[in-house]
Ligand binder design. Structure first.
Ligand code: G3H
Ligand code: 13P
Ligand code: ZN
Length: 326
């Protein structure tokens, strides 16, 4: 068991102030997943350069891959790196898709400033009980808690669902009141990964269920809503991947204009992981194909990092509207 650390010692903040500003300002805070050095460098650089608040997300899988102590120390490094760049952007360290009280507790005790407890696959009352337990613990340390109602299609970390079930607006007030969560992830047609819809040739992706979002907003005015599975699956990356030996036919995501519309309303946190993965994979494949003699990881990971910086700046400026809001 590693030593206990409160997030304030790491220079991190919880989501309270950033969400309240985002709700009033009609934009969304970006939540980017990271698993390694280059991803984190890119997130910090791009958010500092665009003066955007940021949520750094770590999944259970990321903790297993990279080591929990390593990731926490990297988050401390992220804060110090931003300050060295002359930037004072608020930075949150968030557990993405926590699947147990024990995991959330461990993250709170090791310096996270926000945790998600994902009980969305549980029966309603069990979701409430588990979420309440996490809230009661986390709030003692001023750590924010995100809950989820409704199930996204695809894989939710280690929780799989064949089909989505949209959030039922008639449940949200009861859930938020009984659990005390600080934000709520809802299901309105997004899904995780790079294959969000099965489309026929020339067919456009279906619209997100903005009617459900509006109904949720009516019942929970000014309450922070979270959108998971919000990558756009940028087609230029899919094309590059396929051009240089990959096989990702039919990969498709959420159109940017729909995300902009969501960000302008009650959605104040947008989760993006797959687009970053695509950017890295596309650039690594391209670089290695074009430089077959190269074997220095700094070269191809450096190229990937540059692309990731450009992608995140674009997201902050043109999709989420968080640029300049730190
Ligand atoms: O929603 C899931 C995130 O994209 C994290 O994915 O569990 O493969 O790290 P992961
Ligand atoms: P994407 O797979 O669409 O990037 O969603 C990421 C996510 O929701 C992380 O929790
Ligand atoms: Zn998610």
């Amino acid at each position: 068991m590693s030593k206990k650390v409160h997030y304030s010692e790491l220079g991190l903040v919880n989501t309270k102030e950033m969400f309240s500003k985002a709700v009033d300002g009609g934009y969304a805070i970006p939540a980017y997943n990271f698993n390694n050095l280059e991803q984190l460098q890119a997130i910090v650089t791009a958010c500092a350069q665009t003066n955007s608040p940021v949520i750094l997300q770590i999944s259970k899988g990321a903790r297993n891959y990279a080591n929990s102590v390593m990731l926490r120390c990297m988050a401390l490094g992220a804060v110090e790196m931003a300050r060295e760049m002359g930037s004072n952007i608020p930075i949150t360290l968030h557990l993405d898709h926590g699947d147990s009280f024990e995991l959330c507790q461990s993250c709170v005790e090791s310096g996270f400033s926000s945790v998600m407890i994902d009980g969305s696959h549980l029966p309603y009352e069990e979701n409430i009980a588990l979420t309440r337990k996490v809230v009661d613990f986390a709030h003692q340390f001023d750590v924010s808690v995100e809950g989820e109602l409704g199930v996204l299609a695809g894989i939710e970390d280690e929780v799989s669902a064949e089909n989505s079930s949209y959030t039922r607006p008639e449940e949200v007030e009861d859930f938020v009141t009984k659990t005390g969560v600080d934000s709520l992830a809802i299901s309105i047609g997004t899904s995780h990964g790079a294959y969000k819809f099965k489309l026929k040739a020339g067919q456009a992706p279906p619209s997100l269920r903005f009617d459900i979002l509006a109904e949720v907003e009516k019942r929970l005015p000014r309450f922070p809503i979270v959108l998971h599975g919000a990558s756009s699956v940028i087609q230029s990356y899919v094309t590059l991947i396929n051009q240089y030996g990959g096989k990702m036919e039919g990969a498709v995501g959420i159109p940017e204009e729909q995300l902009r519309k969501a960000a302008a309303s009650a959605v104040c946190k947008i989760n993006i992981d797959s687009d970053g993965r695509l950017a890295v994979t596309a650039k690594v494949r391209e670089y290695l194909a074009q430089h077959p003699n190269e074997f220095d990881p700094r070269k191809y990971l450096g190229a990937a990092r540059e692309e990731l910086i450009a992608l995140i700046k674009h997201k902050n400026e043109a999709v989420l509207g968080s640029a300049g809001k730190a």
